[in-house]
Design a protein around this ligand. Structure first.
Ligand SMILES: Nc1ncnc2c1ncn2[C@@H]1O[C@H](COP(=O)(O)OP(=O)(O)OP(=O)(O)O)[C@@H](O)[C@H]1O
Ligand SMILES: [Mg+2]
Length: 183
């Protein structure tokens, strides 16, 4: 049996901390890594990708939610494929956007709403689950699904430790505000 990594949850106390956390991830990503970003509307998935692109030295100004495009690409130290499965209705549609070709040993991938179609994604991915705690605070939980993603999680954990991110606090959780106009 594969031992799971005991990595504590992370509290992101502001959008700036989410950006810094993304930058930390971007700096330790290696070719072939896959990040499954999970969380409700406004949880901070795109905000995190913006930080990741910054950390990779890519064109951060062009990072937007790929909701209508389904896919964006950003070239930095590595090429990042940014996907959003929110609008994908059926697994068959994944073929038309070339989803399977997005996961290669040469690129890294970050997938928003990855939990909608888990069977379409590589088995070895790092799930990064974001949830609202307060209006400006987010909680992050990790789940590494294989050897490659456990290695990534270890690198993230070490890098976070080095920059002093806080771990779980006892603040109460609040529900997100619905932003129906966004979707
Ligand atoms: N700690 C935080 N981390 C990230 N975003 C935060 C935080 N606090 C507040 N926010 C706000 O929450 C929103 C996050 O939006 P973002 O587009 O990143 O969410 P998302 O998870 O990609 O949503 P969607 O499912 O609609 O794509 C932004 O408006 C951001 O300013
Ligand atoms: Mg988004």
């Amino acid at each position: 049996m594969v031992k799971s990594l005991d990595v504590p949850d992370l509290v992101l106390a502001s959008p700036q901390q989410t950006d810094s956390f993304g930058q930390t991830i971007g700096k330790v990503l290696r070719r072939g890594d896959v990040l499954a970003l999970v969380g409700e509307l406004g949880a901070g998935k795109t905000a995190l990708v913006r930080g990741i692109v910054t950390g990779l030295g890519g064109p951060v100004a062009s990072v937007t939610s790929p909701t209508f495009m389904l896919m964006h690409e950003y070239q930095g130290r590595l090429r990042l494929i940014h996907l959003d499965l929110y609008r994908l209705q059926r697994p068959e549609e994944a073929e038309s956007i070339g989803l399977s070709a997005c996961f290669t040993n040469d690129t890294v991938a970050a997938i928003e709403w990855a939990d909608r179609f888990p069977d379409l994604l590589p088995a070895d991915l790092l799930e990064v689950r974001l949830s609202h705690r307060t209006r400006t605070t987010r909680m992050v939980k990790f789940d590494a699904r294989g050897a490659r993603s456990r290695s990534l999680l270890t690198r993230i954990h070490r890098a976070c430790h080095a920059v002093g991110f806080s771990t779980r606090s006892s603040q109460p959780t609040t529900r997100p505000r619905r932003k129906a106009s966004q979707r």
